[in-house]
Design a protein around this ligand. Structure first.
Ligand code: LLP
Length: 395
């Protein structure tokens, strides 16, 4: 049974497309499930703002009591503006500018996740100039294969992220000479959309090794930040609308060695917000090519870039269609002047006509936030559903 049944069809009729559609009830259920599973184990979850900073989505994540994981000075400012406590904000990223570092220092955020020795020295210098101390966690590249798409893996030797093992000895000694910086933790993030839970076990092994390495050298580690990466079911958004947070946290509970008072932090993005969002678009034209039938939508890579950038699969549905409807194969494409502008090839969909509404599912993470104005497209709009109430929000 699809979520996009004929009830929604009638509610969408007459609305200008394309738009993002967020089901805030599902978002709330997902957030509550994640928070309960984390609280049970005394784990701290920071929400990765980069996944989705739509206003109502962010407001609800904040209200649930999560911290914020930011990757730019603007994300830090946004997190503060919507009410995340500075003491629960981290700042990651390989290329933090001086301006962004100063912004984060002034807000006295919880910690910088430092990705290079040079960056650590700059944070030390800028903190000295402002006259405050900065907490840092060292981001270690553990060389663990996340077994996900090569474009979204981050913890291998060939990736630009984190400090390689060979640099840690030097990083530890440089740290000892930094006057304005305190080491609070170790940080790891090996990739996104991870569905093989064994990958997280392998990560735990590496975290334990590095934690011990530091402790053997007399450096106490207060925080073990294991990043994010928990995947969602893009093939079954109706069958599995909420990720299995229990199993995920349980792995860390069982395989991570913790000394008393050591905190475990997570940075979840996708698993919290992906399933509550869909991109709703309209069929503009149907065209029979020499080899294909094209379903040309009014949304394209400017609204949702994941299929074009990562060959990512998103389930495509005709809104309001019955399961028995006669089907045809279509290449579902957008209006943008690029051959890669296709949401799916040879997709079996109920026979469609101009004006039909199409839902592209599991589009709550890395979707609206990655929209662009290429081809001078209109700014993308969004629309929420909450306890049967709908309100369309114009940009
Ligand atoms: N922490 C760090 C340091 C990260 O780089 C990321 C994501 C996260 C946490 C959150 O990861 P999540 O729980 O969402 O997997 N645009 C790509 C995904 C890029 C992920 C970037 N980093 C996509 O659409 O698949």
């Amino acid at each position: 049974m699809s979520y996009f049944d004929s009830t929604l069809l009638t509610q969408f009729e007459g609305l200008e497309t394309p738009f993002y559609y967020y089901n805030l009830d599902l978002l709330q259920e997902t957030l509550s499930a994640a928070k309960a599973a984390a609280d049970k184990r005394n784990f701290h979850v920071h929400y990765a703002l980069k996944a989705n900073f739509n206003p109502r989505v962010l407001e609800m994540v904040q209200a649930q009591g999560f911290g914020a994981d930011c990757v730019s000075g603007n994300e830090v400012s946004k997190a503060i503006e919507v009410g995340f406590p500075a003491s629960q904000i981290t700042f990651a990223g390989v290329g933090k500018s001086d301006k962004e570092i100063r912004t984060a220092l002034k807000h006295e955020i919880f910690a910088f996740n430092v990705e290079s020795i040079q960056e650590m020295e700059i944070i030390d210098e800028l903190a000295g100039e402002i006259g405050i101390r900065a907490n840092v966690s060292l981001r270690i590249n553990p060389n663990v294969d996340a077994k996900t798409h090569q474009y979204i893996t981050t913890g291998l030797d060939e990736n630009k992220f984190g400090l390689p093992n060979s640099e840690l000895e030097r990083a530890a000694s440089v740290l000892r000479n930094c006057k304005n910086v305190d080491l609070v933790g170790l940080h790891f993030h090996i990739g996104s959309q991870i569905t093989d839970m064994n990958v997280f076990k392998s990560l735990c092994v590496k975290v334990n090794e590095w934690k011990n390495w530091f402790e053997e050298r007399g450096t106490q580690i207060r925080v073990l930040n294991v990043g994010g990466g928990l995947g969602v079911d893009y093939y079954g958004p109706d069958a599995n609308p909420i990720a299995d947070f229990e199993t995920y946290f349980d792995i860390f509970d069982r395989f991570l060695e913790r000394t008393p008072n050591q905190e475990v932090h997570f940075e979840l993005g996708r698993a919290l917000v992906a399933q509550c969002g869909s991109l709703i678009s309209k069929v503009l034209y149907i065209k029979s090519g020499v080899k294909k039938n094209f379903l040309i939508l009014d949304a394209g890579m400017t609204e949702l870039m994941r299929p074009m950038l990562y060959q990512a699969y998103h389930k495509i549905e005709k809104v309001g269609a019955s399961a028995e409807a006669e089907k045809a194969n279509y290449d579902v494409v957008g209006p943008i002047c690029e051959s890669t502008d296709a949401f799916g090839k040879e997709v079996a969909l109920p026979v469609s006509k101009r004006g039909d509404l199409i839902a592209i599912r599991t589009a709550g993470a890395y979707a609206e936030v990655m929209a662009s104005s290429y081809n001078l497209r209109d700014e993308i709009r969004y629309f929420y559903a909450h306890q049967g109430q709908h309100d369309l929000v114009a940009p």
